[in-house]
Design a binder for this molecule. Structure first.
Ligand code: NAD
Length: 477
């Protein structure tokens, strides 16, 4: 390794090393290729103090909002300028396809551009109270936002919360995931080049149970934004409860697509490919369950199995269709969930094994005849594994779709308009896709209900997680 393979923390506008390091490996080979400085409690304190000083100075909150708009646009431009250079690092540390890594940086730029457009439109209301009063509301930034990011889309998810927080005038401390932390540092570089004030964005890396836990328990933070697993979210909520601070929780999912006999097969298969094999299925809103009307059940099982067998497996840097999982631990977990599915009686149609090659690969996997009692029906796998279940009636389909503890996304494939409208009411989830999995974008609010969490990211809704409403009531006579 040469010195450029060691990456630093970014606090108060400076790059800082640490005594300890975390190794970062390449999921396509399993070999360590870089290290990152591992923060400790003191680093957390320093980062929060820097953010606090920035928030209290008013440098972002007191300026003309249009200046924040211009600043966020410059950050978007800087991210676009580094996308080609930074994407191979993200592909290498994460295992994802190079084109997808580049797209992730471009998405990050779009978040800054989108919220740049909102920074000067955070407008309060005037509330009529009769002639003796003037009453109005203002939105004030929450102050210091602590944000914990997972490894599956580190650059995208970091930008998703950072951009609206800055647009609203906050200062931010982000803890990057200990797996796949490197490419995110390019976001700090982009912010630095765009002239973001010191302390407005601080980026630290460390282990969740140490540095993540210290950050969310720190007395200097005003809000927590967490994206990750349910148990970690619950632990973080206990910290938030101690200080009664607000939080946004973007947790896991076990989302179902409901397929009726009149579905367009081409549309469905392109959604399945994207929905479960993109990013090797390591997507919180993955299409991990397929509920299929019985008259087309065998046909769909065969077509999805053929699609799975066609997925060309290889390294992200080679832009393969099915890339490795992020870590050996993740690979082992997915394989053990496949073994358990077999032992519980699910029919393994294809896949379910690790191919004979180095790296953390798992074959594209299809299980059929999965029933609600099976763990594969209820538990998040976070890998390229789809569970297929037949249904007869519409009511049965909604019950199966809603029959887990999660409620992140749901989908329906049909061309019957009135049935579609019934589906949009019956499906219990934060968003419903019709005839295209992942339909939507930065403009559309995203988040869950039930164990998938609460609060919304993306869209105009997200901005209001980063402000407090203040009402001003003035007696004028
Ligand atoms: P994870 O919960 O293990 O880790 C997420 C982050 O939390 C990491 O940065 C980790 O270091 C940190 N962390 C761990 N313990 C902590 C603690 N006690 N205090 C503070 N921080 C702590 O999740 P993961 O394995 O990185 O990500 C996979 C999970 O994330 C899946 O369940 C997936 O569904 C979910 N996810 C949800 C969304 C969404 O938007 N809803 C998006 C991506 C991933």
């Amino acid at each position: 390794m040469n010195p450029t393979d060691h990456w630093l923390n970014f606090i108060n506008g400076e790059w800082l090393d640490a005594r300890r390091v975390i190794d970062v490996d390449d999921p396509a080979t399993g070999k360590v290729f870089a290290t990152v400085a591992c923060a400790d409690d003191k680093t957390v304190d320093r980062a929060v103090q820097a953010a606090r000083a920035c928030a209290d100075s008013g440098v972002l909150s007191d300026c003309r909002p249009v200046e924040r708009t211009a600043l966020l646009r410059r950050i978007a431009d800087e991210i676009r300028a580094i996308a080609d250079k930074a994407a191979p690092l993200l592909a290498r540390e994460n295992g994802k396809a190079l084109d997808d890594a580049r797209e992730e940086f471009l998405m990050a730029a779009k978040y800054f551009e989108y919220y740049a457009g909102m920074a000067d439109k955070i407008e309060g209301r005037s509330i009529p109270l009769g002639k003796d009063y003037v009453d109005y509301t203002v939105y004030e930034p929450v102050g210091v936002s602590a944000q914990i990011v997972p490894w599956n889309f580190p650059v995208d998810i970091c930008a998703r919360s950072l951009a609206p927080a800055l647009a609203a005038g906050n200062a931010v401390v982000v803890k990057s995931p200990e797996i796949s932390p490197l490419a995110m540092t390019w976001l700090a570089t982009a912010c630095q080049r765009a002239g973001l004030p010191k302390g407005a964005f601080n980026l630290i890396c460390g282990y969740g149970h140490e540095v993540g836990a210290a950050l969310v328990a720190h007395a200097g933070i005003d809000q927590i934004v967490f994206t990750g697993s349910v148990p970690t979210g619950q632990a973080i909520l206990r910290s938030a409860a101690e200080r009664a601070i607000p939080s946004v929780m973007e947790l896991g999912g076990k989302s179902a697509a409901v397929v009726f006999a009149d579905a367009d097969m081409e549309q469905l298969l392109s959604s399945v490919k994207w929905g479960i094999f993109f990013n090797a299925g390591q997507v919180c809103s993955a299409m991990s369950r397929l509920l299929v009307q019985r008259e087309i059940y065998d046909q769909v099982v065969d077509a999805v199995s053929e699609l799975a067998q066609r997925q060309q497996l290889g390294a992200g840097l080679d832009n393969a269709e099915l890339t490795p999982l992020v870590s050996r631990r993740q690979q082992q977990q997915v394989l053990s969930m496949c073994d358990q599915a077999v032992s519980e009686g699910a029919r393994r149609v294809t896949g379910g094994k690790a191919p004979e090659r180095e790296g953390y690969f798992v074959e594209a996997t299809v299980f059929a005849d999965v029933t609600p009692e099976m763990s594969l029906f209820c538990d998040e796998v976070f890998g390229p594994v789809i569970a297929i279940t037949p249904f007869d009636t519409e009511e049965e389909a909604w019950a199966l779709a809603n029959g887990t503890e999660f409620g992140l996304v749901a989908g329906v494939f049909t061309h019957d308009l009135t049935r579609t409208l019934r589906a949009t009411r019956a499906l219990k989830a934060g968003q419903v896709f019709v005839n295209e999995w992942y339909a939507g974008g930065i403009e559309t609010p995203f988040g869950g209900i039930k164990l998938s969490g609460f609060g919304r990211e993306k869209g105009q809704e997200a901005l209001y997680s980063y402000v407090n409403t203040k009402n001003i009531a003035i007696r004028v006579s």
